[in-house]
Design a protein around this ligand. Structure first.
Ligand SMILES: [Zn+2]
Length: 353
């Protein structure tokens, strides 16, 4: 890194986007203006001290953004073994809003023996890494099914993807008593820690269902919620064509209506058609890049790090409107340069066939 994240942040004009959780199933609307009023003033209690279980780590062999405004925090690319999820342990809600053409793939509801292994092979072939939000009741107990799912979870982590918490039983959190909300979250972390030897601080609420009470509860335990802004509607359909169509339609809609040119993509590795759609979505993105390169526009960059979409919570209440992430422009420019080279070669190869 040649520039400190703080300097980079100062240089970057704040992005003001209006963000709603369209297709997010959350039913909560966000205005991202930093002064948006909160419906409740109570600041959550301070986070408990870190638990003994280490945070999940992942390889640092890719360039990842330095979005933490704390200048003492080194860029991830400079750290040989980053405690990845620890950096996001602040209770903020990540909405997926981005003014840049940055895409992060996320897969919910697994592990699934019929579909997840095939998805992992597909992602390897594509050179794409993703975030898997696991529903951990599938990994608990003595049966062969649970053991098979635990092995799949280990394989997800071994192949460099990030494992995160989608609660234990996949219940709608706002319908539960507060103790049960925390139990759903902490039990999932306990299962993940037991299977993978490390815990996560990233949690996606089932169905994207939230409430100010649930937000504060989760934030009080350090969880950062990860939503999505690019739904594919894959649970509602039965074929990959429909999934790809919805993805491209939602992507165009987010850009047209909200100025969001990228975001967090939601898919489910419990459906065969969702897995079938993945190489087609990636091909579509890479083909689009040929035209964007020609036009001298920003290219779609498939990233593997939720920090591209994260804004530090600071003194904000967890349910406050989340501002759009501001980027380390230096890292962004370097990634775009590399991507342009790759895209030029790929598109020339395709054109000469
Ligand atoms: Zn789910």
């Amino acid at each position: 890194m040649t520039d400190s994240p703080r300097r980079a942040l100062r240089r970057t004009a704040p992005l003001v986007l209006c963000v709603t959780t369209f297709l997010a199933g959350a039913g909560l609307a966000y205005a991202t203006h930093p002064t948006a009023a909160s419906s409740h003033a109570a600041f959550p209690p301070p986070m408990p001290p870190p638990e003994a279980v280490p945070a999940l780590t992942r390889r640092a062999d890719d360039v990842t953004p330095a979005l933490d405004p704390e200048p003492t925090e080194p860029a991830l690319e400079d750290v040989p073994s980053p405690t990845f999820a620890e950096n996001l342990r602040d209770g903020m809600v990540i909405t997926g809003a981005s003014a840049h053409r940055i895409l992060l793939f996320t897969f919910d509801d697994g592990p699934d023996a019929r579909n997840t292994p095939r998805l992992l092979d597909t992602l390897d072939q594509l050179g794409v890494r993703a975030v898997f939000f696991l529903t951990t009741h599938r990994m608990e107990g003595r049966g062969a099914w649970a053991e098979q799912n635990r092995e799949i979870a280990r394989d997800i982590a071994r192949r460099g993807h990030l494992v995160a918490n989608h609660t234990h039983r996949h219940l709608q959190l706002p319908t539960l008593e507060s103790d049960a909300v925390l139990e759903e979250a902490s039990r999932a972390d306990a299962v993940i820690a037991e299977v993978l030897g490390a815990r996560t601080w990233l949690l996606r609420p089932p169905g994207g269902s939230r409430s100010p009470r649930v937000d504060r509860l989760l934030a009080s335990r350090g969880y950062t919620q990860v939503l999505w802004n690019l739904g594919t509607g894959d649970p509602q359909v039965r074929d990959a064509d429909a999934v790809v169509r919805t993805f491209t339609r939602v992507l165009a809609h987010r850009e047209r209506s909200y100025g969001e040119r990228g975001g967090i993509v939601l898919l489910h590795d419990t459906h065969a058609w969702s897995v079938d759609a993945v190489p087609r979505i990636v091909s579509w993105v890479r083909e689009r890049n040929c035209a964007l390169l020609e036009a001298g526009e920003e290219l779609y960059d498939i990233v593997d790090d939720p920090r591209w979409f994260h804004v530090a919570r600071g003194e904000r209440d967890p349910s406050d409107a989340a501002p759009a992430a501001r980027f380390d422009e230096v890292t962004l420019a370097r990634r775009q340069g590399r991507l342009a080279d790759e895209t030029r070669q790929r598109c020339e190869r395709v054109a000469s066939r």
